[in-house]
Design a protein around this ligand. Structure first.
Ligand SMILES: *Cc1c(COP(=O)(O)O)cnc(C)c1O
Length: 397
């Protein structure tokens, strides 16, 4: 997955354009910037690549989620449905706005279970936030039907699945809003950065203003701009955006390499009786950033994960207990440990997460092992890795 593996002369050239003028900010200073508008250029190119009308770059994937929610009017007391398997940014971005995260089970797609989503809808629900974890997507068709039926927003977190598609559409472009991260370990990186895409003119204008203190961005005198509503500072810098331009140029070749590496490993693991694979919803194509597979039981998954690391196979993850991508690892959320008092809406409405039954999620997560797919591996290295993985897994079955 990581775009940093292909960081090179192209990125340095883009950054140098910015360093030569010294205009590190994305707005203003027209006369000094030698015609370089890196953030704007990235936005135009990215919107096209993602087949969306609008793109708003921001400072991170987490701020992209916050800006997306805010631009669609999600705020205090509104409920946002999100999965138990995700990155902490999901609930952070929701709670930042005083909105209430509602955690629901995942299924064998390792993303939102549509049945669990429907059961969690209340009169306060405003948004469904599927997270396309580890390179593959939620069942967007069914989720969209649920959103249409209940008049809810569909916000896709595509931070880990850039370049994947559903029904021919780039992930992130299927819902009302889509979010991406360009942090240092993502498929393409800006160092730090994120993006919101949407086809809604209204959300795009709101996002543009909200991420820059509510500035209306009309005219050429920043100090004299009006402020239609309150905002915040989630701006990206020109330096980060410049790196992103070079990385975006490499996206398609990164995806092709990921697919090759993924396929080599998958074909070898498919020959192991007892290993099955995460379900990709019909109409979807992964971005191949991870290969996710199931062992027959929790015990065998734990053993297989241990055998893999002991035999020197790097970058295999057992999210169920080893990392903070699953609710098991979120002691701070479950016990609402905050530096300062939380809003009364959150305190009153949030689930008792220590006593909510997530056994359906546990059943899938406890059996899941994920292998990161690197782009720096040669074909010979991937073949060697695939055989080493097979040997390690067979040793416990
Ligand atoms: C990385 C990530 C984010 C947050 O991105 P940052 O740029 O690190 O803030 C959000 N959601 C998912 C699924 C991620 O993997």
């Amino acid at each position: 997955m990581p775009g940093f593996e292909v960081f090179g002369a192209e990125e340095r050239k883009q950054v140098n354009d910015v360093l030569e003028s010294g205009v590190l900010m994305r707005y203003g200073f027209d006369g000094m910037r030698n015609g370089h508008w890196k953030a704007k250029q990235f936005e135009t190119t990215f919107a096209q690549r993602m087949q969306s009308a609008h793109c708003q770059l921001v400072s991170s994937g987490t701020s992209a989620l916050t800006v997306a929610l805010a631009s669609a009017g999600v705020g205090a007391g509104d409920e946002v449905i999100m999965p138990t398997f995700t990155f902490v940014a999901s609930f952070e971005s929701i709670m930042m706005l005083g909105a209430v995260p509602v955690l629901v089970d995942i299924d064998d797609t390792l993303t939102l279970d549509p049945k669990a989503v429907e059961n969690a809808i209340t009169s306060k629900t405003k948004c469904i936030m599927p997270v396309h974890m580890c390179g593959s997507m939620a069942d967007l068709k069914v989720l969209k039907q649920i959103c249409d039926k209940h008049n809810l927003l569909l916000l896709e977190d595509a931070c880990q699945a850039i370049g994947g598609t559903f029904e021919g559409k780039p992930l992130g472009s299927y819902g009302d809003l889509g979010c991406f991260s360009f942090d240092f370990v993502k498929t393409i990186t800006c160092g730090e950065g994120g993006a919101v895409i949407t086809n809604s003119e209204k959300y795009a204008v709101n996002a543009d203003q909200y991420q820059d203190h509510g500035h209306d961005h009309v005219g050429s005198d920043r100090g004299a701009e009006t402020h239609p509503h309150l905002g915040y500072n989630f701006r990206i810098s020109e330096l980060n955006a410049a790196v992103g331009i070079a990385q975006l140029d490499k996206l398609d070749s990164i995806l092709a390499t990921q697919k090759r590496n993924y396929t080599i490993i998958r074909e070898v693991l498919e020959t192991i009786e007892g290993v099955t694979f995460r379900r990709v919803p019909e109409g979807g194509e992964e971005n191949y950033s991870f290969l996710n597979f199931f062992l027959p039981s929790e015990e065998l998954a734990t053993k297989a994960h241990k055998a893999l690391s002991e035999s020197g196979v790097e970058a295999c993850f057992y999210w169920y207990t080893n990392n903070w991508h699953y609710i098991n690892g979120w002691e701070h959320l479950r016990n609402l440990k905050s530096l300062a008092p939380l809003s009364s809406e959150i305190k009153n409405q949030i689930q008792d997460l220590n006593n909510t039954d997530f056994s359906k999620s546990d059943a899938w997560m406890s059996r899941t092992v994920s292998s990161l797919i690197k782009i720096g591996w040669t074909e010979a290295e991937v073949k060697k890795r695939a055989e080493a993985m097979k040997k390690a897994i067979l040793s416990v079955l």
